[in-house]
Design a protein around this ligand. Structure first.
Ligand code: HH2
Length: 282
């Protein structure tokens, strides 16, 4: 699989000649890292501006936490959290906006408002999910792998060979997308770090990043502040996992990952600049 050189994001095109940063903006009371911090349109917009100023190439808005044990959120509540902030961001920021949702109705409404990407941690499994996105070729789609639901995923995840299974799952979702009439350049693949994976599974996936990229094409990774770093380095709250997250992001980029979903845009941007400078001096 040749990695596409660019990704269409609404009216824009994002070239993938260098790693791109997706800044995380969670509009939830209970997200594991930034839950409860952006509960008004003004505070969310201020954070979106900050992510942009720090160098985000796009912003991912989420209205439902996916952390292990999180309670599902109703459509009405997720709409209430996400849509006004989406509108405000589209009106004020000159950046593509992604919406992190698994609900087809919210996907459709977000696209109507102008979302450039739909990021679905359930890989468009919900009935009606493909239908919500098929007629919008300008919208990119993130398909993520997971094992189990938010309630069950960290119980005892098991794989024979984690990378092979993640690749096979994502390839089969891509075939499903194509069968529904969705063109493959729209698709972005995510191995789903921490979603039904032990520390060993997460490390194996990071190690196998070149194979994932060679097989799947455009790969997005979400490693930022995840509990795998607490398991590896000792218990610590999410804000003390930044250095490890940045290191892991660099490893993913060296393995060919195209897009990094991060809380800490400024720190990750600096590390990427260093990497680019070193590579440029070769
Ligand atoms: N991780 C989270 C949420 N959405 N989407 C993709 N594509 N990949 C990820 O790894 C991913 C994701 C979890 O992180 P966060 O949004 O910070 O927390 P929460 O789910 O608690 O809101």
């Amino acid at each position: 699989m040749t990695v596409p050189r660019s990704l269409r994001l609404g009216s824009r095109s994002l070239t993938l000649d260098r790693p791109r940063l997706m800044g995380i903006l969670n509009l939830t009371p209970d997200s594991f890292s930034d839950g409860g911090r952006f509960d008004s349109i003004a505070s969310a917009l201020a954070q979106a501006r900050r992510l942009r100023d720090e160098g985000a190439d796009l912003i991912d808005l989420g209205g439902e936490s996916t952390r292990p044990g999180a309670e599902p959120v109703s459509l009405a509540e997720e709409r209430r959290r996400v849509l006004p902030v989406l509108e405000a961001c589209l009106a004020e920021l000159d950046l593509p906006i992604s919406v992190d949702t698994s609900k087809p109705q919210l996907m459709a409404e977000a696209i109507d408002l102008g979302a450039a990407m739909i990021n679905d941690v359930n890989a468009f499994h919900a009935p009606g999910a493909w239908a919500a996105v098929v007629d919008h070729p300008q919208v990119a789609l993130v398909l993520m792998h997971r094992q189990g639901t938010a309630q069950t995923m960290q119980d005892q995840p098991r794989y024979e060979a984690v990378s092979d299974e993640v690749i096979a799952f994502l390839e089969s979702r891509a075939e499903d997308a194509q069968a529904q009439g969705i063109a493959s350049p729209r698709l972005v693949f995510d191995p789903g770090f921490g979603f039904g994976k032990t520390l060993a599974h997460n490390l194996q996936l990071l190690h196998d990043m070149p194979r994932l990229v060679a097989t799947l094409g455009t790969v997005l990774v979400g490693l930022s502040r995840k509990s795998m770093f607490a398991h590896l380095l000792g218990e610590r709250p999410p804000e003390q996992r930044v250095a490890a997250s940045v290191q892991a992001a660099l490893l993913a980029v060296q393995g060919g990952a195209a897009i990094l979903r991060v809380h800490d845009v400024a720190q990750t941007r600096e590390a990427l600049s260093l990497l680019a400078a070193v590579e440029g001096s070769a």
